[in-house]
Design a protein. Sequence first.
Length: 94
Amino acid sequence: MFNEQQTKLARYTKALGHPVRIYVLQTLAKQTCCYSGDLSEVLPIAKSTLSQHLKELKEAGLIQGEIEAPRIKYCINKASWAEAQDLLKAFFED
């Protein structure tokens, strides 16, 4: 019933549906990578809450994480980020 583009757009926009996730994406887009501990120092939320938001972004494919014990380094998934931008642009142009 739904095509692949509609499904992907829904997944991306769901991940974008919270101000914390928007902040995280904007922060990561401005730099190469960031450690979750660095994000928890600037966001007024519990570490467990931040972890849940990072998980949502990762499951949507917008970010990727790499374990560098004892920390996790997060970066924008450039391919998915570009695809999300293209899908959103196409959506608003229709």
